[in-house]
Write a protein that binds this ligand. Sequence first.
Ligand code: OXD
Ligand code: MN
Length: 592
Amino acid sequence: MASKLAALQHWVDETAALTRPARIHWCDGSDAEYQALVQQMLQNGDLIELNQQTHPGCYLHRSHPSDVARVEHLTLVCHPQQQDSGPNNHWMDPAAAHAKIDALFDGCMEGRTLYVIPYCMGPIESPLARCGVELTDSPYVVANMRIMTRMGAAAQARIEREGRFVRGLHSIGELDPERRFIMHFPDELLIKSYGSGYGGNALLGKKCHALRIASHQARAEGWLAEHMLIVGIENPQGQIHYIAAAFPSACGKTNLAMLIPPEGYRRAGWKVWTVGDDICWMRPGADGRLYAINPEAGFFGVAPGTSASTNPNALASIARDTIFTNVAVTADNQPWWEGLPGTPAADWQGRAYDRANGPAAHPNSRFTVSARQCPTWSKQAEAPAGVPISAIVFGGRRPSLLPLVMEARDWAHGVLMGAAMGSETTAAATGAVGVLRRDSMAMKPFCGYHFGDYFAHWLSFDQAGAKLPKIFHVNWFRKGSDGQFLWPGFGDNLRVLEWMIERIEGRATGVDTPVGILPSEGELKLEGLALDRTRLDELLAVDPDGWQDELAAIGDYLESFVPRLPARLRSEQQRVAQALAAAQPRRRAHAS
Ligand code: OXD
Ligand code: MN
């Protein structure tokens, strides 16, 4: 199969001339094709068969030990003008960037197969979906893209009908960290990635297309491409509210998207529906509400910590037909990671397990699995029109200050809450772990243009006739003076979501504070939870001094986006800072 679309055929020919593969394979997305790839990878060692009795159709991939996470310092967004990429991105002049990476691509596929992967991000029939084509020399990437996207003949047909697609060129190269770049050319709807096989760097439909390139397209076309899960919460009366929530990488998006209600809620008839765990594309509908699709078709989830108590739905999803990357294995060849019962026999590098070598599974080890295998998968995930969003939630890992939940008083305040988001870093990207950094809307690594313009784009949705969702901020990670988490998290997070729904439906009054609206006495339903009064008070405390320092830090952070910082956002920061100062003059002198 080749393509009748001249632009596609021409690009494949041109790429083949540069990379000089031994053969070209056009992917049709069939089962037979997937099985043939798996067999080939089992033979060449790219995949290792796991225990087929306990885990039918499951395989393990061990990546190069230097290639286990996203590499933000090597990820570039190359607009013609540097200021359009903003201080939030690394930049190179597009001509220089093309020259640099094309030199790496020159002849890099000699002896290898060039796979052509047509894919669709979103349901094939959805007007909100967008297509792309990835060219790669990695069969592991092909197999993962088949799980993560609608890949193959149907996508190619849509591409040929529309004539427009995002181009993505990928080679694992030599897997040499010194010869590794992930480059984006938003104006050309083009991605070039060299030297890494890691998901976020190599499955180009995911972060590169569905966030960095799509956020740029979304700005031009009046929609939002966000790093958010989408979850449906069904109450005992059968009404479903859909919530979109942004958290930085490895902060529990997958767990929240697949949440199991606490027992009392289950008995009462509450249900949770998973629409997406990582990416959300939203656009205003004719009725003024925001409608969202999950552009992905699978989950590329963090394995460690996934267990029968934290996320039984994820565990059920990955019992079959799953590709595991960098997990450990037990003596009988089952996948294993920290948080599971049993003991590892070999670690993620295939060495006999030795505690002295660190965790058995890499902290960023992953599973790739079709979303359809999730017991709580929502039928609405396939709805071409998307689902209406009732609430947008921002959150991060904040050991102190940020309360369990607060609601923005209006859209502009909510945009400030999102812009001000901070979180401790995790193993999903290379670099130090546990350092607090600002990560606006959890998009710091993923926004394909200047954050100042991005904030302005968010603010622009507040228009006459718009019926925008309420915006909330949550913090599941606040710690008490004993250093322990104050909130149990996981299934109990539904209690917080229920309060949001009560607010949306006008049944909870909340209590107004300068930083937002918090649950008033008795509004958070805590039956069946062993949470003493002092801990609850700590979770909902607003420390005026700490918040004044926080607002000052947010102000400094926002100033780093001048001259593109929207005046509306600065005035919102000033409004909150003044409200705090008016409510309570400082108790202690500001340490300088
Ligand atoms: C991911 C990430 O893989 O955010 O989803 O790193
Ligand atoms: Mn993510």
